[in-house]
Design a protein around this ligand. Structure first.
Ligand code: ATP
Ligand code: MG
Ligand code: MG
Ligand code: MG
Length: 442
């Protein structure tokens, strides 16, 4: 029956009463079964809105609205990484200790590494990052030619780190999502070009998200290598201290400058101003550190095996979500980068039995119209069908969750040409629009 076949493709109306977003704010601190304490605004707002639920220190359930938002972020990251030639793969999280012993990081990582044994007594760790794994993979390919470089491989997977202080919700988890990309190049010059193109892709990503991000010189830590930058979102809650010169382009993590310094090492005349930031991305030029250990080579134009020049580039996927919420939100409600909001529009029909009740049918009609005329809004519009609640109460919930647009069926819907109240939550603007006006706006 063709009719029933096509009807399967009609998106059912998303009803707020059916969405699984259990607020668990009240329980935290009072209910001893729920671990952890409220340590920052984004954690509180995300638990309040039913976006995350605490499991064990630094581990969270990512609830459906968070997963929607993460999927949107992953799509944007894919676009940017593939835009510069990145190819996506997926590497095992269960990593053999052998590789980590070869790079000496089995010992260097200390307690941060989650270690375990298999039934035969062999040592493993849960991958906190994948330089060893990806370099071994590339080393196994004996036919890699210079013509295939640069090679950029990336994945977006869970990472595991036994952080000494897991806190601030998704900002510092022990299990979290990271995008990690690894580059292989023919020589140092080519590797620097790749490095630069990744930094530009990161800058584009943050500007598309509408997030102000500063790129600072950074320490290379135990990853090793020669050149490194962090991408930092300025925020008081940030755990990194940044020094930015008032006169020139110099900006660095304090870790790279000697302690207490206030004169700019670059222009020598400017004064360094300190601020705090949340590290959302990190790029490293690695040179041949890992390719040398694992013998990752390519054959050059003379057909000679040559050690590849490498770089690695991390983005904290779950940290970006929480950091965006941290810097954009009000104390009362989440404000999302528009591209990451789990749903774009919430339609609020009148309370059952109210004077406007006769206009209630317009709500479903609006949701339907948006779906029909605006393909980009398909699956993005929710109907707050909890009509036993007042509009005010439902608006408060909508404000907490931060739908970019809230459409209210109020008094003006009873006019000859019905008008609807539209609240743009990002700007706080409010206006009355007809159905056509709404479609234009959205
Ligand atoms: P931090 O200094 O905050 O501990 P890091 O320097 O150890 O971070 P990297 O090894 O550079 O982190 O990892 C790349 C990216 O992964 C970071 O820039 C950050 O966005 C993200 N990240 C690192 N640790 C965590 C964590 N515990 N929870 C969530 N995201 C993280
Ligand atoms: Mg760390
Ligand atoms: Mg760091
Ligand atoms: Mg880092």
């Amino acid at each position: 029956n063709p009719a029933s076949a096509s009807s399967r493709h009609v998106t059912p109306t998303l009803l707020v009463s059916r969405l699984y977003q259990p607020s668990n704010l009240r329980d935290v601190g009072q209910d001893s079964r729920l671990p952890g304490e409220m340590t920052c605004k984004s954690q509180r707002l995300m638990q309040q809105a039913g976006l995350i639920h605490p499991s064990s220190p630094g581990c969270y359930y990512y609830l459906p609205a968070t997963v929607r938002s993460m999927e949107k972020l992953v799509r944007l990251i894919d676009q940017e990484m593939q835009g510069i030639g990145g190819q996506k793969l997926d590497m095992p999280s269960l990593c053999s200790a052998e590789l980590w012993k070869s790079s000496e990081r089995w010992d260097l990582m200390g307690k941060e590494l989650f270690r375990l044994k298999d039934r035969h007594g062999a040592d493993y760790c849960l991958g906190p990052t994948h330089e060893e794994a990806v370099t071994t993979l590339v080393a196994h390919q004996t036919t890699l030619s210079y013509r295939q470089l640069p090679l950029l491989l990336y994945q977006i997977t869970r990472k595991f780190r036994d952080e000494p202080k897991p806190r601030f919700g998704l900002l510092r988890g022990r299990e979290f999502y990271m995008k990690d990309m690894y580059s292989f190049d023919v020589n140092e010059e080519a590797a620097y070009q790749t490095y630069e193109s990744v930094c530009q892709a990161y800058t584009r990503l943050f500007s598309r998200l509408g997030l102000r991000c500063v790129q600072v010189q950074a320490d290379t830590g135990n990853i090793g290598g020669k050149l490194s930058h962090e991408f930092q979102l300025p925020a008081d809650i940030g755990e990194d201290r940044l020094l930015v010169c008032g006169s020139c382009s110099f900006s660095a993590n304090v870790e790279t400058v000697s302690a207490g310094r206030t004169d700019c090492p670059q222009c020598k005349t400017g004064t360094l101003v300190e601020s705090k930031g949340i590290e959302v991305g990190h790029t490293f030029y690695l040179g041949t550190k890992y390719s040398h250990i694992f013998n990752a080579t390519f054959s050059n134009a003379q057909n000679k095996p040559t050690i590849a020049e490498m770089g690695c580039y991390g983005l904290g996927v779950t940290r970006i979500l929480a950091a965006a919420i941290e810097v954009m939100s009000t104390e009362e409600g989440i404000r999302w980068p528009g591209l990451l909001a789990p749903y774009q529009v919430c339609v609020v029909p009148p309370k059952k039995g109210s004077k406007v009740d006769e206009a209630a049918g317009l709500a479903e009609e609006l949701v339907h119209t948006f779906g029909e005329t605006l393909p980009c809004l398909r699956g993005e519009v929710v109907l707050d069908d909890r009509t036993n609640m007042t509009i005010g109460k439902r608006l408060k919930d909508a404000s907490r969750l931060g739908y970019p647009y809230v459409v209210v069926i109020g008094q003006a819907a009873l006019e000859e040409i019905p008008r609807f109240e539209v609240i743009c939550q990002q700007t706080g603007e409010m206006m009355f629009l007809s159905k056509d006006g709404l479609v234009d706006l959205l």
